[in-house]
Design a protein around this ligand. Sequence first.
Ligand SMILES: Cc1ncc(COP(=O)(O)O)c(C=O)c1O
Length: 433
Amino acid sequence: MAAPAEEGPPRCPATRGERYISVPSTDLRLTRMAVSLYERLSERARTVPPSGIRRFFEIAATMENVISLGIGEPDFVTPRPIIDAGIRSLEEGRTGYTSNAGIRELRDAISAEIRSRYGVGYDAGSEILVTVGVSEALQLAMLALLDPGDEILIPEPCFVSYGPAAVFAGGNVVYVPARVENDFQVTAADIESRITERTKVLFLSYPSNPTGAVLRRETLEEIAELVVRHDLLVLSDEIYDRLVYGDAHRAGHTCLPSIPALRDRTVLLGGFSKSFAMTGWRIGYACAPRPIYDAMYKAHQYIVMSAPTMAQWGALEGLASCQEDVERMRLDYDARRRVIVDGFRAAGLPTFEPEGAFYCFPDIRSTGLDSETFAQRLLHEEHVAVVPGDAFGPSGAGYVRCSYATSMEKIEEAIRRVARFAERCRAETLAVG
Ligand SMILES: Cc1ncc(COP(=O)(O)O)c(C=O)c1O
């Protein structure tokens, strides 16, 4: 274990020992007691870095007139029928636990939704688990599948929770770069070159947070072939399945288990937070073949017992009567997406065209700054919060993540500020050069 630093918080190796990160501490002067407590933390707790997303959000919260493109959360309020259904469930006295797996009505509705949308059948009684957001579902899946030493392949840049969830479950994370040259899709060749005899699981997450990339059907079929050949299991986080745009929308989202060879080796993770604007309700689900379902069910039973009751009734109402709201929000995100991508490109920041989720990922290298400095200076000098791209993995270096789940007026003002800032940075670089 790394010795604690003399000054400042103790430092410990990040997931793969490639760099060191600091353990969050409000007390910069470590007392003997704190050192001793730190040394008694589990290796897992010490290894996992704090989230790079919240840090900027917290600094931004202390400043005035900040436009936040930092947080991955819809700016819409949950559709009214969902709110009413949640309130009704409380008023009717449904204030206790539900069945561990979730209310049967919701599991039936999820099963019907996945069947009608993607043609994949899951038995509501033995293959669908309602969870506390996708966050819980992904942790359960890792607990169900990973033993110490098992390797899980995770394409990066990726959502910040994946690596830590695998580490908390005892797995070894092997990141696979997804490059802009390949539209931020991971390739079968890059996956295959990292497979060892310990590789057990491949994690996929498209549409992607942070890049907005989607996985084309041809790429997916190549990946499916190697998954079968190497007998891997797959975790697929499809929380943004309903938020796709342009060609990806015309082609339609490909749900991984709809590829027949993947159905019985995949855990599908889905949720309501993003497409139904329900982040605070904490409701998601996992669909898995029976043996994996059973293992996840056990972990869920002991850890949380059941997802929030009123949120389950709300989600049920969402599936029943709010599909048009989802589409209305999608169209709004699409309009904002086009404005922000054009705006950043016009400001001289090459920006990959995102086709899903609600993020864009501009390349900021022309400013001469690294991602962290760019984000820090942009926040302090222009009051715009973005997240450094390398918070999502090393391939995010040189980029920043900007969420466009905010109003058009704020997006337009943010573009003006970013353009002014980028111009200033380039002028400084020229002056120095
Ligand atoms: C890709 C991805 N998966 C999962 C989550 C967590 O979602 P939930 O609110 O359902 O826990 C997020 C939230 O930002 C996300 O971006």
